[in-house]
Write a protein that binds this ligand. Structure first.
Ligand code: PMP
Length: 364
């Protein structure tokens, strides 16, 4: 059969890291702790209640969830100006990003990012017929701000996306750098939206501010977040953003009606009401991360400063062989980014001990 597949999709395989049942799954930056029993009950009760109304479409504008998200994000990032109309949400921040591309990308437009970075960014661009341009980061994986500002001036992208902390490097952006990028975006004729992807923000070290604090004076700034990481709710699929009312209004135009099911809304609200219990292990994960970084450095690896729940390390002579050796020992991590580098998600103390032992064996 001949399928009229879009030519640019020919031969492509779907995005996705392996989902293997191994002892230590440290490859997709999940939270290793399942929700505590009391929170499982709260979510189940909320879903039970929502199920009674499943004959009706969900609240299309998910207002109650937006109120809760505004309150949570305001408290988490120490800002007091967020209103429900500043919040948007979808099925994972993946879908939020797709909405941003549907509204602000498109044919003849450019999305600019800085590599290595999250490997889904080119896919949102491809799927919305937006040109994708990714410029290299510095050798230490931080942004070269002068080069980045110059690139915005030269290419006039309608979307600039920077992950902070960045995946896979873990490196976070200083607020002054966000300001410099935002200033360059403000000068782009016709407008340019700066998206700071803060999927891992809750893991940042103390004193590292969220870009959300810049929202009032920066109407073309968008800060995206997710419940997949610190909340340990990757299976719930809830991502969100904070932005000006104008940006949020634009996204309402491109979303499919009722994109957030009643079940998703109910589960997310119950989880937000219990965010402290759900995030009870964030400190533990941070401490485990810092220990992992120290240990990797002591083994002679280079590890960029990380504000996320993973560590990026290298150089490795044959990273594919290391990947296979670790997998043979029940430890699944990620081959990603430039040759010689690998990323390990921070798991439980037991999982990290397995990782350390396996890495020593494989590289000895
Ligand atoms: N942004 C970054 C930088 C990520 O690493 C991820 C998940 N790996 C996401 C966004 C997407 O997360 P989700 O769709 O689960 O919210």
């Amino acid at each position: 059969m001949t399928l009229p597949l879009r030519p640019e999709l020919k031969g492509l395989s779907p995005y996705g890291a392996p989902q293997e049942e191994v002892a230590a799954r440290l490859n997709v930056n999940e939270n290793p702790y399942s929700p505590p029993p009391a929170v499982v009950d709260a979510i189940a009760n909320a879903v039970h209640k929502a199920a009674r109304g499943l004959n009706r479409y969900p609240d299309r504008d998910f207002m109650a969830l937006r109120v809760d998200l505004a309150r949570y994000l305001g408290a988490e990032s120490h800002v007091d100006f967020l209103e429900p109309h500043n919040i948007w949400a979808a099925n994972g921040s993946n879908e939020v990003m797709l909405h941003l591309h549907q509204a602000f990308g498109g044919p003849g437009r450019i999305t600019l990012t800085f590599s290595p970075t999250y490997s889904m960014y080119p896919e949102y661009a491809r799927d919305t017929l937006t040109e994708y341009l990714s410029l290299p980061r510095r050798e230490d994986f931080h942004l070269d701000i002068d080069l980045s500002v110059a690139a915005i001036r030269e290419h006039k992208p309608t979307l600039v996306i920077v992950a902070s902390p960045n995946n896979p490097s873990g490196t976070a952006l200083a607020l002054d750098d966000v300001k410099a990028l935002a200033a360059a975006c403000a000068e782009v004729p016709g407008g340019s939206v700066l998206v700071v992807d803060e999927a891992y923000a809750e893991f940042r070290r103390r004193g590292v501010p969220s870009a959300a604090s810049l929202l009032p004076e920066t109407p073309h700034l968008v800060v995206t977040r997710t419940m997949s990481k610190a909340f340990g709710l990757a299976g719930g699929r809830l991502g969100y953003l904070a932005a000006s009312r104008e940006v949020v209004n634009a996204l309402t135009v491109v979303r499919l009606p009722y994109h957030l099911s009643s079940i998703t809304q109910a589960a997310a609200r119950a989880a937000l009401a219990h965010h402290l219990e759900l995030q009870a292990q964030v400190d533990e994960i941070r401490a485990e991360r810092d220990d992992t970084v120290d240990w990797l450095r002591a083994q002679g690896y280079t590890v960029p400063e990380t504000d996320a729940n993973f560590a990026y390390f290298g150089p490795l002579k044959d990273r594919d062989a290391v990947f296979r050796g670790l997998l043979d020992r029940g430890v699944l991590i990620r081959v990603v980014g430039p040759e010689g580098w690998m990323r390990v998600t921070i798991g439980t103390a037991r999982e990290m001990a397995m990782f350390r032992n396996a890495l020593l064996e494989v590289t000895s």
